[in-house]
Ligand binder design. Structure first.
Ligand code: MIC
Ligand code: SF4
Length: 649
């Protein structure tokens, strides 16, 4: 029996457990990465582990999220991160070098390796044939300290690509098609593996667009083979020696196969407010557009920016549209500059933003009230743009450019009727490369003093799992609650290293008084309990969506289903993730109900079902938990840091 790519890479990295689907395995991580918004907390936790130096092939700390620097907080965090990197042997990618996933793909991604990043879009690395997984910061800190990363050995879905994309249709339309097929729920524990003759028609940056946004389906990761196209890309990056061929065996066995004929695809859009609300651009044509944003880790490569530059050459941005571009990396910006793309875009009237996440996370370029905003990014959750009632559509660079020209949502294929020709972009044989914005750590960092600004607090610890949780349903929410709902990013993100302050914004968008209510309940000695629907905790990897509720006294989440990274984060911070055995029981509970969960440690240890009593309704219902023995131990100890016995500095 042959192997899939996923099995080949994972099996080489397993250090605990057996490669049996659905069971927990521990894998060795070759390359952990962090970004600043999750990294500061991750390194505070790393420090608490009392390790002298990172124990990996390469550990890297990117600064790309919080670069707006209104107030001292972001800059203090950057300085902290730089000093930690130097002390513990971590490469530091300075603010301005680019978005972690784009930069990592360019300079460090290696076929066959494992990458673990404290950001949910780490699967971008699957574009060069890595098993690249997003996780909470604490899990990444553990990997840096040489510990395994625990995951469920995945089911594997083959996405067989045939044909070739038509002009004006691009990689973003492929992943939007995948989202249409698989939706944003029900894919936990699966890896999407791309195969088939269509693969060789896609360049690495195009593949990376596809693997990047697989995150929106909730899969563990997505991966492409490493082939001649991968070699070409690595060669253009001066890294041909990093290439190895990786492909699935002819007789590899998949859990499911889905066919996509690239030739049949047409321009698509994810309409407000979910990446899974897919429509054909043709169906929504004519809607007037206020803002277009090109960039984010999904679509900010040389190929994407040059395509738009060529479309815009000699044209002007429509007077009713604000068009902003945030290049994915300094390398992208330098290369489009050398090829004349930058001046074409500037002449057209583009607003250039820094090479960072920027608009994507809503900490800049929030559009006007009720705006229609077309973005090439990957998430259009309500309010994420920073404007609560903005309507965000996720589209390809081609569809974005068409709207910039016409001022309306336009099928880019119709540009041909206006005399445009589809620009076929040639990727440079050799990119212009300048690595000077990576700061290499010294050989011995032991005398480096860590910089700690006033915003940097201590990583908070949870308390051991009590015998019983007597608590109040502080909030009851519906389906597909994202981590953006649980704890907003954008302008609030500057408090990432100040948990007491950041906690004031838990569920801000749904119930701004949540934190006050939760604190009051905790003062009475009762715990807070969250009740959710399907796919609770979708979206980002931010462990603050667990840490901040924990800080406010949340001890249990009961939902119809939970997303992978968020569930792991809840466990890491001592909050028990429970699932309704019968989904209809969700209806029994109302917000403010008093619940009682008895005998928890004993039941967990024995693996027996837990029965919850809704004291307000005088009814009981059963819940399930999908927890490994390791996870149960963590929960009983009150979180990973407690279990490791780490000390805060
Ligand atoms: C996101 O796109 O939501 C983020 C901001 O990159 C997050 C990480 C974070 O919240 O810091 C993610 O995707 O994991
Ligand atoms: Fe940054 Fe947006 Fe990518 Fe998150 S999705 S890493 S905020 S560019």
């Amino acid at each position: 029996m042959g192997f899939t790519i996923t099995e080949k890479i994972l099996n080489k990295h397993i250090v605990e457990g057996k490669p049996e689907k659905g069971t927990e395995v521990g894998i060795k991580i070759d390359q952990p990465l962090t970004q600043d918004a999750t990294g500061t907390m991750a390194y505070l936790q790393f420090e608490a582990m009392n390790v002298l130096k990172v124990k990996t092939e390469l550990s890297i700390s990117y600064v790309d999220h919080n670069t707006v620097q209104v107030g001292f907080e972001n800059a203090d965090d950057h300085k902290y991160l730089q000093s930690v990197a130097a002390k513990y042997g971590i490469v530091y990618s300075r603010a301005g070098n680019g978005i972690c996933h784009q930069v990592h793909l360019e300079r460090f991604g290696k076929p066959g390796k494992t990458l673990l990043g404290s950001d949910s879009h780490t699967p971008t690395g699957g574009g060069v044939g890595m098993i690249a997984i997003g996780a909470g910061g604490l899990d990444v800190a553990v990997a840096m300290a040489g510990g395994p990363f625990y995951m469920t050995y995945p089911k594997i879905t083959k996405i067989n690509l045939t044909g070739k994309l038509k002009p004006w249709v691009s990689a973003k339309d492929v992943i939007l098609k995948v989202l249409e097929i698989f939706t944003t729920k029900g894919n936990v524990g699966t890896v999407f593996e791309y195969a088939g003759p269509g693969v060789k028609t896609l360049s690495v940056p195009e593949r990376a667009t596809i693997t990047n946004m697989g995150a929106e389906c909730g899969v563990t990761t997505s991966v492409f083979p490493s082939d001649e196209k991968t070699k070409e890309f690595l060669k253009a990056q001066g890294r041909e020696k990093d290439w190895v061929e990786i492909k699935a065996d002819e007789d590899a066995i998949y859990d499911k196969t889905v066919e996509i004929n690239l030739s049949e695809l047409e321009p698509l859009a994810a309409t407000p407010h979910s990446p899974g609300n897919i429509k054909k651009v043709k169906e929504i044509e004519g809607i007037e557009v206020d803002q277009v944003c090109l960039g984010s880790c999904t679509n900010s490569s040389y190929r994407d920016l040059m395509t738009v530059a060529k479309i815009m050459k000699g044209k002007k941005v429509h007077p009713n549209v604000s068009f902003v571009i945030a290049p994915g990396s300094k390398q992208v910006l330098e290369n489009i500059t050398k090829e004349g793309g930058l001046s074409d875009l500037l002449s057209a009237g583009v607003r250039f933003a820094e090479n960072t996440c920027g608009f994507c996370i809503g900490n800049s370029q929030s559009p006007k009230t009720g705006a229609i905003s077309l973005r090439t990014s990957n998430r259009n959750f309500e309010g994420r743009s920073g404007t609560k009632d903005a309507q965000v559509y996720l589209v390809s660079p081609e569809t974005a450019a068409a709207a910039v020209i016409t001022g309306k949502i336009t099928d880019p294929r119709d540009l041909e009727k206006l005399g445009f020709k589809y620009p076929q972009i040639k990727i440079p044989k050799k990119f212009y490369i300048d690595d000077s914005m990576f700061i290499q750590p010294p050989k011995d960092g032991k005398n480096i003093k860590i910089y700690r600004g006033p915003n940097i607090g201590e990583p908070p610890k949870s308390t051991p799992m009590p015998e019983e949780i007597k608590g109040i349903v502080t909030i009851k929410v519906g389906d597909k609650i994202t981590t953006d709902h649980i704890i907003p990013a954008g302008a609030r993100m500057k408090y990432r290293s100040n948990i007491p302050k950041y906690s004031e914004f838990v569920f801000e968008i749904i119930d701004p008084k949540f934190h006050e209510k939760a604190k009051k309940i905790r003062e009475t000695g009762k715990f807070n309990i969250i009740v959710g629907g399907v796919s609770y905790g979708q979206g980002s990897s931010r462990e603050h969506a667990a840490i901040c509720p924990m800080y406010l006294g949340v001890k249990a989440v009961i939902a119809k289903s939970l997303e992978r990274i968020h569930k792991a984060n809840l466990v890491n911070f001592g909050i028990i993730p429970l699932k309704f055995k019968n989904e209809n029981d969700y209806e029994i509970i109302d917000q403010n109900d008093e619940l009682e969960i008895l005998n928890i440690p004993a039941l967990l240890k024995k693996g027996e079902k837990i029965t919850i009593k809704d004291k307000t309704k005088n009814k009981t219902f059963d819940v399930e938990y999908d927890l490994s023995d390791r996870e149960k131990k963590i929960l009983l100890a009150g979180g990973t840091l407690n279990l490791m016995g780490g000390k805060s500095k």
